[in-house]
Ligand binder design. Structure first.
Ligand SMILES: Nc1nc2c(ncn2[C@@H]2O[C@H](COP(=O)(O)OP(=O)(O)OP(=O)(O)O)[C@@H](O)[C@H]2O)c(=O)[nH]1
Ligand SMILES: [Mg+2]
Length: 392
């Protein structure tokens, strides 16, 4: 049966839920889709469909990044529900890289926890400019006694200010994802207020639709009988069915033979869209997460760059000891995960909490450009966050 084509009627934005494990991100995501479905502008996605990979159901935490879509009166959103668990922050890094805004979920019962702070820091680093706070589990703090929630709100505003988000003006909305899912009118209204805050506080970003096409590969799938499909968010430019593209990393040039967004076919995808691209004649195992699909010849990958890097303090979950030249951590750049040699110059060391300049020699080539954000990880934890200042 032919599928209904995607019709672009409203501006499209990418947002997502981030925050500490168990603070209620997935529940809130489900509640948002439920409230909007009741308004007639979307499809309800229940909790267990968002937390759907078998590995996730088994562990009961969100491991991969789940995407849902919905519409408010004024906008179309793709929403990524990001994992809170510390082991999976690398997924958060790649998920956040495409966000135009984020909903920071903080449990009013628990307040700021390690991944609350880590996610705010990473969001800043990967270029998320606007955060709206969902102070969740507001149903569970004593009715009438909002002292605890007030304290948590203050604490969150301070955290945001410390990371350059202007915490005083950030909308903080008290919600209960759980009670909204149950249909309690007080809390469905609160979800409406949260969405209004997102609609008004997160501006429509500038989309570079005229730039050469570039998409960092997030996932690779096979559709039997049709070929290899890559998914991800278009970082810039426009791509149409029939366009030639190259896959950097796989060193292949091919043609886009199909395009979809959320299961709906489209003729043209543009910067900001979450899409699946069907690629002609590319073997499944030739393409991997971290590769880049781009207009042929439009990007030159490199291995060497200079960067400004913030080394996380031990309190933020970072190292307890300084790093020096010869340090060899993993660099998370767009969706890629690459080892790199750090050179801090003569005699220099970088202590946890320092901001330093460094040069990096990556283990393999990736497309690099000034302004590109990245995270540095070691032994399963984030130890630094940086921005490319020069290439070569
Ligand atoms: N009282 C109350 N409990 C909630 C609320 N939202 C979520 N919970 C409960 O908190 C627990 C965690 O909820 P999730 O939605 O899985 O949390 P999460 O942030 O997605 O967790 P991870 O994806 O593992 O980081 C579950 O037991 C929920 O039922 C809420 O608004 N009020
Ligand atoms: Mg979750």
């Amino acid at each position: 049966m032919p599928k209904t084509a995607y019709v672009r009627t409203k501006p499209h934005l990418n947002i997502g839920t981030m925050g500490h494990v168990d603070h209620g991100k997935t529940t809130l995501t489900a509640a948002i889709t439920k409230v909007l479905a009741e308004r007639g502008s979307g499809t309800f996605v229940p909790f267990d469909r968002i937390d759907r990979a078998p590995e996730e159901a088994a562990r009961g935490i969100t491991i991969n990044i789940a995407h849902v879509e919905y519409e408010t009166d004024t906008r179309h959103y793709a929403h990524v529900d990001m994992p809170g668990h510390a082991d999976y922050v690398k997924n958060m890094v790649t998920g956040a890289a495409q966000l135009d805004g984020a909903i920071l979920v903080v449990s009013a019962l628990d307040g700021i926890m390690p991944q609350t702070a880590e996610h705010v820091l990473l969001a800043r680093q990967v270029g998320v400019d606007h955060i709206v706070v969902a102070l969740n589990k507001a149903d569970a703090v004593d009715d009438g006694d909002t002292v605890l929630a007030d304290l948590v709100e203050l604490e969150v505003r301070e955290l945001l200010t410390a990371h350059g988000y202007g915490g005083d003006s950030v909308p903080v909305v008290r919600v209960s994802g759980l009670r909204a899912l149950e249909g309690d009118p007080r809390w469905t209204e609160a979800i409406g207020a949260l969405l209004d805050a997102v609609d008004t506080y997160v501006p429509m970003p500038e989309r570079y639709v005229d730039a050469p096409f570039l998409l960092p590969v997030e996932n690779v799938l096979t559709i039997t009988g049709r070929g290899t499909v890559v998914t991800g968010a278009v970082e810039r430019g426009t791509v149409r069915v029939g366009d030639r593209v190259e896959v950097l990393g796989a060193a292949v040039e091919t043609v886009v033979t199909g395009l979809e967004t959320f299961g709906k076919p489209m003729d043209e995808a543009q910067a900001g869209d979450s899409v699946a691209l069907l690629l002609r004649g590319v073997p499944r195992d030739a393409v991997r997460r971290g590769h880049i699909v781009a207009a042929p010849g439009s990007v030159v990958p490199g291995r060497r760059f200079s960067a400004q890097v913030y080394v996380l303090s031990a309190r933020e979950g970072g190292r307890t000891t300084p790093v020096s030249t010869g340090y060899r951590p993993q660099f998370y750049i767009r969706t890629a995960d690459v080892v790199g040699d750090v050179d801090l110059g003569e005699n220099a060391v970088a202590r946890p909490g320092d901001t330093v300049t460094m040069t990096v020699e990556l283990g393999r080539e990736v497309p690099l450009e000034p302004g590109l954000g990245f995270a540095i990880r070691e032994g399963g934890r984030t130890v630094g966050a940086g921005t490319v200042t020069a290439v070569g």
